[in-house]
Write a protein that binds this ligand. Structure first.
Ligand code: ABU
Length: 472
């Protein structure tokens, strides 16, 4: 008890610090230096609990404070107190999601929550299926697996040699996990056809249809379209209604990767961006991103009931005995790809209880309001150029701003974001991501999902970028 109490004290102190703007987001050290700063090695002999407490402190000392209001580096940010409590409870219960037998409450909560999410998508009476998985990439791969099984159920037993050459389609701005899924499922990355996106990052439906027709003429079988609701970089929403019309016309499974943008369904003000999602066959939705549920919490929702079960079940008789005395549909583990499955549901369920749907809505609306504030602040500012939706922008330091040689200007600009980012890490004051895209040189990709962020934090970020980049 004393040990645990001390651990709790360490954690509470860390939480307090994380929300304190006067503390650093990170106490950054380069890998070799960090290796030297502490003894991280494992030994044959046990350590005392006092030493274990020292290890806990050291680990948190060098951890990134992802709850910090000025941490904007990833799509998953923030730390919700109820979500954290739920995570602690989950770890204390320490069970596995595979059967009702070992996780009765959690299995039921998953059932209740997935149904609620399907209702929000707009599927009749919340009917359908779904599962929580370890992240959006796995959820997307599940969708691809189901689409292939739906069209060619024999693939489960006979493998890829039993099916014709399959092709999948997704926008050039979609998440890399679509290709990864194709690689893992033996479909191959070359069988994922990337569809052109417009200047805002939205898939162009006419290009999708053209590429589907072209693939069919070549004798390939289009089986899967993954539309994106909230691309990782621009935050663009593909036109779901037009895409669903095309999928219907050619009898192709429509998946919506809403890992990032799916949560907008909770907002009456913003859910129109996903109009047409109710026509999809499946959807990925990650509450650990915009809803700030502690990592990890990623759902795959499926319109057709029973498909996941027949696609994935193996009925291992040591676990999924078919003669148990309760309704076997609650042994949800057999429809998963995994055997052991972490309890991710409790964090989302408890937060939902604590906030209500309206609380999540307010949280999401606030993040969008902050993005709009940032957009408005920087679009008129000297030295800034703007992209859309997610706030993607270049900072042009004075030394670059007035350069007339365009090639030299781009060359120099490409180095600005990584240099500022490195300085940002060293000072530890804030964190924001950057990247190039197509022919565009490195730009900052600002994303806001942290419920603790305020207008002042946005102001701080802008000023900090200017401060750190003035001399470049
Ligand atoms: N698509 C996974 C998350 C990416 C990000 O946080 O930037």
């Amino acid at each position: 008890m004393t040990f645990l109490q001390e651990v709790v004290d360490i954690l509470l102190a860390y939480i307090m610090e994380s929300f304190d703007r006067s503390t650093k987001v990170i106490d950054f050290h380069y890998p070799n230096e960090l290796l030297q700063r502490n003894n991280w090695e494992l030994s044959d002999e046990p350590e005392t609990l006092d030493d274990i407490l020292i290890s806990c402190r050291a680990t948190l000392k060098y951890a990134i404070k992802t709850a910090h209001p000025r941490y904007f580096n990833q799509l998953s940010t923030g730390l919700d107190m109820v979500g954290l409590a739920a995570d602690w409870l989950t770890s204390t219960a320490n069970t596995n999601m595979f059967t009702y037998e070992v996780a009765p409450v959690f299995v039921l909560l998953e059932y209740v929550t997935l149904k609620k999410m399907r209702e929000i998508i707009g599927w009749e009476d919340g009917r359908g299926d779904g599962i929580f998985s370890p992240g959006g990439a796995i959820s997307n791969m599940y969708a691809m697996l189901l689409a292939r099984y739906k069209m060619f159920p024999e693939v489960k037993e006979k493998g890829m040699s039993s099916v014709p050459k399959l092709v999948a389609f997704t926008s050039e701005h979609s998440h890399f996990s679509i290709k990864k899924g194709a690689a893992a499922l033996g479909i191959g990355t070359e069988s994922v056809i990337c569809i052109k996106a417009d200047e805002r990052g939205k898939l162009i439906p006419s290009d999708l249809e053209r590429r589907i027709v072209e693939a069919k003429q070549k004798g390939y079988v289009p089986f899967f379209v993954s539309a994106t609701a909230g691309t990782t970089v621009y935050g663009a929403f593909d036109p779901l209604i037009a895409i669903s019309d095309i999928c219907k016309k050619y009898n192709i499974w429509m998946h919506v990767d809403g890992a990032w943008g799916g949560s907008l369904l909770m907002s009456r003000k913003h859910r129109w961006k996903l109009n047409g999602v109710e026509r999809a066959n499946s959807m990925t939705w990650n509450p650990h991103k915009m809803m700030a549920v502690p990592l990890q919490c990623s759902a795959l929702l499926v319109r057709e009931e029973g498909l996941m079960q027949s696609c994935n079940q193996m009925q291992a008789c040591y676990l999924f005995q078919q003669d148990k005395q309760y309704d076997l549909s609650y042994d949800t583990g057999d429809k998963a790809l995994q055997c052991g499955r972490h309890v991710d549901i409790f964090k989302l369920w408890l937060m939902w209880r604590a906030k209500g749907t309206i609380g999540f809505e307010a949280q999401i609306d606030k993040c969008l309001e902050l993005s709009e504030y940032l957009y408005n602040k920087i679009k008129d500012r000297d030295g800034y150029q703007m992209q859309h939706t997610n706030v993607c922008f270049w900072y042009l330091p004075p030394g670059v701003r007035y350069l007339e040689d365009k090639v030299e200007r781009m060359k120099r600009l490409h180095k600005v974001a990584p240099t500022i980012k490195a300085r940002m890490m060293e000072y530890g004051t804030t964190m924001v991501s950057y990247q190039p895209q197509g022919d565009k040189v490195n730009f900052f990709r600002m994303v806001i999902s942290n419920p603790a962020a305020t207008f002042e934090d946005i102001d701080f970020l802008i000023e900090e970028i200017e401060r750190l980049g003035q001399d470049l």
